[in-house]
Design a protein around this ligand. Structure first.
Ligand code: AGP
Length: 611
């Protein structure tokens, strides 16, 4: 969703800010803008649409020499919540007649009350946003010290924020603060940066300070000073980012999505590294943070997530039941806290999130913790809100995922969940022999996925079957039902074809009415105890003239299928991963044939930080 980048140092800020905004584009946005501190004034520029439009406007506004003037600046990409995507609603927002500029991620919940109060004092608002209320409140509190004004204003705020603020009276200073919306400070040589996402600053430095909730930082070119809202000094360690600038580059691929699909053998290697204990047939996941006895006492597992992460949880549900014999159920994070869930200390709650920022999942984590459950985060982004709030958890180590469509995070989520199930199972009913078999299958994952990637050209050819189609179905049973849901989600979000993921047996209870001759039906019919049942369901579709695209195990026949997509033979739970990769490639090539903006589909954001 929204993105922030700020720069203070000896270089011209404009190119740094525009490049930073470019890096934030993947998060999803509909307008952009920046403010610069020059001499004793603040100047700003905003535009609706892409960062390229803002860059164009910049070139039209300032000579190239003016653009190269060293200065301090803050910039923002906005994903509209309060008010449509217009220039007045784009950030930065201003106070004191343009003397203070603010960019903000998050939502100010009590902005209406603040706005009414300020309007009564004579303020004339120029936007519909909640952010302008905060900007003007900072202005009201300003007595010459910007950080003191920010603190005084934030004490009156309810809601979530990550902010960066400039004052025309304090050259070379950015004030940044966070509560619920991430901010990271980049510590360079004679320059500092602040951003909502390390991807925006990695080109400058890998030395970073993550701000925590309640932190208010005063950032200059060579100093970062942090206090809390009670003005007590805070020491935060400087860490080093665990990835290099190339990780957020396309590296020769046409799209980040394709690059990330191809990164999966390596990502899986990282998600498995040091965790599988092959001789004992188990997994060692230090982040689970519990003794074998604690693990043995878990009576129920609740898996929480949204979108793709929810689908990973659905595979996990099968794995925990089948391998560990622990009752497990996946729940939609958005519903969790509104259902007054029954949770107790013998429950293990696993919150699954690539970004670690998803508002619904975060709210569910808080609810589960309040009810006394042990909550564990399964997160990709290090230091993210969910990783911090859960306190314990297992990182995916998938590396930065830039494309809005989640790919490598999904397969790594499933790989980690299978390892967790193996670990729990070995402490319970799973025999060592069976554990060894599963562990050996998991160790093959990079190779299994590599075999699917080697068939990319065949999959690209199958994509032709979707041309001119507006609807498609994906069918599966057992853990492959989750893969069907995920395959359909991938197709929907990047190709804009309406796709339904369905339990293969449920189709005949209603949706079969939608099948017409040629409707693509992807059938997940790999080798498993229910393969013949799935084939039966495929036959029902074929009898109605549908185009059957069968995902089968290498060596198996696919009688009557129009297209066949083969995955290597492996355990049915493990097979969810190569099957998902095949469907990711299929969705990618369909979207490409349709000329869709694959990495940034319309209306979508990478991190969904609103409920
Ligand atoms: C996946 O392709 C989606 N873009 C989306 O469903 C995503 O998985 C969902 O928003 C949850 O995100 P999270 O994993 O970062 O919590």
């Amino acid at each position: 969703m929204c993105g922030i980048i700020g720069y203070v140092g000896g270089a011209p800020a404009i190119p740094v800010l525009l490049a930073g905004l470019k890096r934030l584009e993947y998060r999803g946005y509909d307008s952009a803008g920046f403010a610069l501190q020059r001499g004793n004034e603040l100047v700003a520029l905003k535009s609706v649409g892409k960062v390229a439009r803002l860059a164009e406007k910049t070139r039209d506004t300032w000579s190239s020499e003016a653009q190269r003037t060293p200065c301090t600046g803050i910039a923002h990409t906005r994903w509209a919540t309060h008010g449509s995507p217009t220039e007045p609603n784009a950030h930065p927002h201003f106070a004191e007649g343009g003397g203070i500029a603010l960019v903000h991620n998050g939502i100010i919940e009590n902005y209406r009350a603040i706005r009414t109060r300020l309007e009564a004092k004579g303020h004339v608002f120029v936007s519909e946003t909640d952010t302008e209320a905060l900007a003007r409140l900072i202005g009201e509190c300003h007595r010459g010290d910007l950080r003191a004004a920010v603190i005084a204003a934030l004490r009156q705020i309810e809601g979530a924020y990550g902010i960066a603020v400039l004052s025309r009276d304090e050259p070379g200073v950015i004030v940044a603060a966070r509560k619920g919306s991430p901010l990271v400070i980049g510590v360079g040589e004679g320059e500092s940066l602040v951003a909502s996402d390390p991807a925006a600053i990695i080109a400058h430095t890998r030395r970073v300070i993550y701000l925590d909730d309640g932190d208010v930082a005063r950032i200059t070119a060579d100093h970062v000073d942090i206090i809390d809202l009670d003005e007590a000094r805070i020491d935060r360690a400087v860490g080093v980012l665990g990835f290099a600038a190339e990780a957020v580059e396309k590296g020769g691929y046409e799209h980040f999505m394709l690059k990330e699909i191809h990164e999966q053998p390596e990502a899986l290697r990282n998600a498995l590294r040091g965790r599988l204990d092959l001789p004992q047939g188990t997994a060692v996941l230090a982040g689970m943070g519990a003794s074998p006895r604690d693990l043995a006492e878990i009576r129920r597992i609740i898996l929480l997530g949204c979108g793709t992460s929810l689908h990973a949880g659905q595979v996990g549900e099968h794995a925990f039941c089948d391998l560990a014999g622990v009752p497990a159920g996946v729940q939609l994070a958005a519903e969790f806290r509104y259902r007054n869930p029954l949770v107790d200390p013998s429950d293990l709650v696993i919150a699954i999130s690539q970004s670690g920022e998803t508002a619904d999942t975060l709210a569910a984590v808080r609810e589960a913790r309040e009810k006394g459950a042990v909550v564990l985060g399964l997160v990709n982004v290090v230091g993210s809100a969910i990783a911090r709030e859960t306190g314990r958890g297992v990182y995916l180590h998938a590396g930065p995922e830039i494309s809005v469509a989640s790919t490598k995070a999904f397969t790594c989520q499933v790989a980690v969940l299978l390892q967790m199930a193996l670990r729990l199972g070995r402490g319970r009913r799973l025999s060592r022999e069976r554990g060894i078999e599963i562990a050996a299958e998991l160790a093959r994952l990079p190779e299994l996925v590599g075999a699917v990637l080697a068939r990319e050209a065949d999959i690209a050819a199958i994509a032709q079957r979707f041309i001119g189609r507006e609807h498609a179905f994906y069918l599966g049973r057992g853990p492959m039902h989750a893969v069907a849901l995920e395959g359909a989600l991938k197709l929907k979000e990047i190709s804009y074809i309406h796709a339904e993921g369905y339990h293969a047996a449920e189709l005949k209870h209603g949706p079969i009415a939608l099948l017409t001759p040629g409707t693509p039906v992807v059938v997940l019919a790999n080798r498993s105890s229910v393969r013949d049942k799935v084939w039966g369901n495929a036959e029902e579709c074929r009898a109605r003239g549908s185009c059957i695209i069968a995902v089968v195990t290498e060596g198996d026949e696919a009688p009557g299928a129009d297209e066949v997509l083969r995955i290597p033979a492996c355990d049915p739970l493990v097979a969810t991963i190569p099957a998902a990769v095949a469907l990711q490639l299929l969705a990618y090539y369909v979207a490409r044939l349709r000329g869709c903006p694959i990495d940034q589909p319309r209306n979508l954001a990478k991190s969904v930080t609103v409920e």
